[in-house]
Write a protein that binds this ligand. Structure first.
Ligand code: PLP
Length: 429
């Protein structure tokens, strides 16, 4: 595979951008080698600057659930751009988008739009603290909630892949109210409530963990957390930045039938443009300024281009059959991978919830960060490069999810399975 232009571009980028990338996971740190520079993308395909084509299962790390350059999204955004890209004043499409989000996400009665998932989790935790008058929060080991100081503790893939336990520059004071519990462990949570009675404002978690691969909640885990929160007057926040509109149309809360008090959204909600949102119970959301005293603002929040892309995307996945077809395709791919691994006797452990899935190079079930981190990352790196050479692009880390879209057709899935077979054969010999 010729990547000479990517090599040149990466050299130049490193001169003027730290590490040559604007988000660390893009740099291939977890697998070695160097990133591929992209020229354009269409449907399920990425095209790099050297003219190589890849079937893409990264999809901009989740957002592009209708595939790249989805015609309905491109057209809507082009038309919106011609009417002006930002006004800093309210527009009808913001209300339309909020109505759609409240319609789709079961626990959402009101929504506030921001510009990223990071902003959504930051803001929703300020809201939880404002509402409860408490300071402490609980997060789970290996869950990622964006890069805000107080959430950058045991934060999963990006940080783990780089081998940074915590980031320098985060003052101790910023994390002193952040308590951490292992994922899928109710006893640890109960102990924290015993230790800090009436002090915990909120539990925030990924209802399906997607930043240590894909780790589903065990039976009773989410219900147990819901009960603990209710009994302790603590708010339950689902970070559905990744799972929202992805594990089901209404996110993990619909899939598992558990209602959080508040939800953070991102990724799919912007259809490839920068959008985040937080949503939830009306009585809590009414604390947000200017309805209430909790300040949160944004020059480009509710941006008309971003709202337009998000709206077109959510409308697209809502079309009859679209979502079920995607899940069926993702399951077919997972089964093909299982058979391919079995044929060459490579032990793997697979997880899939809706359109998110993961292939761990591990013999044992993965239920939390400890078990995820025992995967064979060297074997993953070999597999990653073999697969890339076969024209299939997956995230360059063992601890990331693979994403599926409405344009990953049966033919694309079959092509992928053949590539996976060849990649497994390469690394097995
Ligand atoms: C990606 C992600 C975030 C951060 O979103 P950004 O848009 O990258 O700031 C937060 N939470 C979860 C669960 C995520 O997957």
């Amino acid at each position: 595979m010729n990547i000479s232009k990517s090599k040149q571009l990466f050299q130049a980028a490193q001169q003027v951008i730290p590490g040559g990338v604007n988000s660390p996971a893009r740099a291939f740190g977890g697998v070695g080698g160097q990133p591929i520079f992209i020229e354009r993308a269409e449907g399920p395909y990425l095209y790099d600057v050297d003219g190589n084509r890849y079937i893409d299962y990264v999809l901009s790390w989740g957002p592009l659930i209708l595939g790249h350059a989805a015609p309905r999204v491109v057209k809507a955004v082009q038309e919106a751009a011609a009417r002006g890209t930002s006004y800093g004043a309210p527009t009808a499409i913001e209300t339309e988008m909020a109505e759609l989000v409240c319609d789709m996400v079961p626990s959402a009665e009101q929504a506030r739009f921001v510009n990223s998932g990071t902003e959504a989790t930051m803001s929703v935790l300020r809201l939880a603290r404002a509402y409860t008058g408490r300071n402490k929060i609980i997060k789970m080991r290996g869950n990622y909630h964006g890069h805000a100081d107080f959430l950058l503790v045991q934060a999963g893939s990006g940080v783990a892949t780089l081998g940074l336990p915590d980031s320098p520059g985060v003052p101790q004071g910023a994390t002193q109210d952040t308590l951490v519990a292992p994922y899928n462990d109710l006893t640890a949570l109960k102990n924290l409530f015993t230790q800090y009675p009436n002090e915990i404002a909120a539990i925030i978690l990924e209802p399906v963990a997607g930043n240590m691969g894909v780790v589903p909640p065990q039976d009773g885990y989410l219900q147990g957390i819901r009960d603990l929160c209710t009994n302790n007057n603590t708010l339950l926040i689902f970070d559905e930045v990744m799972t929202g509109f992805r594990v089901a149309l209404g996110g993990a809360q619909e899939y598992y039938g558990i209602m959080p008090d508040l939800t953070a959204l991102g990724k799919v909600i912007g259809g490839g443009l920068p959008v985040g949102a937080y949503a939830g119970r009306r009585d809590i959301m009414q604390i947000v300024a200017p309805a209430g005293p909790m300040y949160q603002a944004g020059t480009l929040s509710g941006n008309p281009l971003a709202m337009t892309a998000g709206l077109a995307t959510l409308q697209g996945i809502r079309e009859v059959g679209a979502f079920d077809n995607m899940v069926r395709g993702a399951s077919k791919l997972a089964e093909g991978i299982r058979q391919a691994a079995e044929a060459v006797n490579i032990p793997i452990y697979q997880t899939q919830v809706g359109t998110m899935s993961c292939l761990y190079f591990s013999e044992q079930p993965v239920i939390n960060w400890e078990t995820a981190s025992q995967s064979n990352t060297e074997q993953f790196a070999q597999f990653f490069h073999a697969l890339l050479a076969e024209g299939v692009y997956i995230a360059p880390s063992q601890f990331e999810a693979a994403f599926f879209s409405t344009v990953h057709s049966d033919a694309v899935v079959e092509q992928t399975i053949k590539a996976v077979q060849r990649a497994f054969e390469t690394i097995a010999t």
